[in-house]
Design a binder for this molecule. Structure first.
Ligand code: ADP
Ligand code: MG
Length: 484
């Protein structure tokens, strides 16, 4: 980590995360917010800022902001206010963005992150305010001109601002991943970082360890992957330390990260907040959240990742690691629970199959749990065949591979491939007799005390039965037979 490389220096980081809310329509208009639509097909008169239009607040955006606030133990403002933030940019036809300033809807929350050394650290969440997204400038496909697409204009966002509590790039990534998991769990955001639904501005400064005050920060804008955030922050920490150590000073400025070089570069020096000429938007009423309204939302919160994890450890006897893996998304957790329930098999066995075999297949096929080639019911069907001893655990792996390749359900594959386990003892004894006749030297050796040869016999019997003999029966019967 950069922190260790730069002995005597400490990084101070605060993140601002823009998170698109999964509403059906925009925050102040009825236009749709589907990603990827033809440019300017989802922008109505309000989004185009035609004269005489008025914004109407989308209640679902308020509900989702409150949902988020409650999940990070934040305070919900009884009364919050929309403000106009003025700046000029071609993708902002009104000349101002509707945001919140002094009175955000959510404030004073926190999120606990786990550090690499296993300890927990609390990161303060200063505020989360509602605002509208801007449009997009399109430079490609236009020579000597810029295209403006206003589809995104007016998309509801919450901007989640952290306290400057983060001290390294690794902590920043841990915080972001936790936040990302949370908003997706809550169903307030689709979490798609490539499409810009969850993007981050990283504020970074450095100071000498023990210094009483923070250093001057830079803000690196719109970094849209965990990997890039880590790189951008590490680069920025090193750069700032080098500037200061060689006698320079850090300017407060906005910077851009270039993923190709892994570097950040200055974009513009920071405007003072009052340059935005914030003032309450006279077109919008203050929003009042009553205690009843907040309580109703609290009552409808889903089980959150941490609670689910604790329950999986307790109810299913899973290790913390397995519980964490299986609760990484709501869908995966639901899949696992369905496998346990439908198969009636041991919960830990189910956990192994899901977290190891299934995740490997999904990874290999580049698929999401929702697109799994093996449904929870199908996997449960396979595990039942192990439990009822139709097949051994080893043969089950073969059946699983065939299921992943789309060859059908467990029973069809077991039948088609003739994989039913041999539990008929007389058949196993015949195979053992055969092997012993063919291997007189090994029999003599084993009987003279070479215990290690036992594995050889097991292997030969399994080979003779194409792996289908019940392993417990093979072991028991072999011991009998070899004893003479
Ligand atoms: P602005 O409104 O100009 O973006 P804020 O005071 O809201 O400024 O801070 C934005 C973010 O910067 C917050 O996440 C905060 O934690 C972080 N921050 C503030 N001061 C520093 C600093 N000296 N070093 C690093 N991050 C900082
Ligand atoms: Mg800011």
């Amino acid at each position: 980590m950069a922190n260790d490389l730069h002995h005597g220096w400490e990084a101070v980081i605060g993140l601002e995360v823009h998170c698109q809310l999964m509403t059906h329509s925009k925050i102040f208009s009825g236009a749709a917010i589907q990603y990827g639509a033809e440019p300017n097909t989802q922008a109505c008169a309000v989004d185009l800022a035609l004269p005489g239009v008025l914004p109407v607040l989308n209640e679902d955006a308020v509900k989702k902001a409150v949902t988020f606030g409650l999940s990070v133990d934040a305070k919900i403002a009884e009364r919050c206010v929309f403000a106009r933030k003025h700046y000029f940019y071609p993708d902002l036809p009104k000349g101002y963005q509707i945001s919140q300033y002094e009175l955000p809807i959510v404030y004073e929350g926190h999120l606990d992150i786990e550090l690499e050394n296993g300890t927990t650290k609390t990161i303060g969440i200063t505020r989360a305010h509602l605002e509208e997204d801007a449009g997009k400038s399109m430079h490609e496909n236009f020579s000597g001109a810029t295209g403006i697409d206003l589809n995104r204009a007016g998309t509801p966002l919450i901007e989640i601002v952290s306290e400057p509590d983060i001290r390294s790039a690794a902590e920043a990534v841990a915080y972001l991943k936790k936040l990302h998991q949370l908003v997706v769990y809550l169903g307030v955001c689709d979490g798609n970082m490539q499409e810009g639904s969850f993007r981050c501005d990283a504020n970074v400064s450095v100071r000498k360890v023990g210094a009483p005050k923070f250093g001057t920060r830079t803000e690196t804008k719109n970094v849209n992957s965990f990997r890039y955030v880590e790189k951008a922050i590490e680069y920025e920490i090193s750069r700032q330390i080098e500037v200061i150590e060689s006698g320079g000073t850090i300017r407060q400025e906005t910077r851009l990260f270039n993923p190709d070089t892994g570097e950040t570069r200055a974009m513009r020096s920071k405007e003072d907040a009052n340059d935005y000429r914030y003032f309450p938007d006279p077109d919008l009423l203050p929003v009042v959240c009553t205690q009843d309204y907040i309580d109703a939302i609290r009552g409808s919160l889903p089980e959150l990742p941490e609670a689910k994890r604790a329950r999986f450890e307790k109810d299913f006897g899973l290790s913390p690691y397995d519980a964490k893996t299986l609760t990484s998304s709501r869908e995966l957790a639901a899949y696992y629970e369905a496998v346990v329930k439908d198969s009636g098999a041991d919960a830990k066995l189910c956990a192994n199959w899901v977290s190891t075999d299934l995740l490997a297949v999904l990874n290999k096929q580049g698929k999401d749990i929702n697109e799994s080639p093996i449904s929870a019911a199908a996997l449960a069907g396979l595990l039942q065949r192990i439990a009822d001893k139709t097949i051994s655990g080893k043969i089950a792996k073969e059946v699983f591979e065939a299921m992943a390749a789309g060859e059908g359900g467990a029973d069809d594959i077991i039948k088609a491939k003739g994989l039913v386990q041999i539990t008929d003892e007389s058949a196993i004894i015949r195979a053992i007799d055969d092997v012993m006749v063919k291997s007189p030297e090994q029999v003599a050796g084993y009987r003279a005390g070479k215990d290690k040869l036992f594995g050889f016999f097991v292997g030969q019997v399994m080979k003779a039965t194409q792996g289908k003999a019940n392993p417990d029966a093979v072991n028991r019967l072999l011991k009998d037979k070899l004893a003479g």
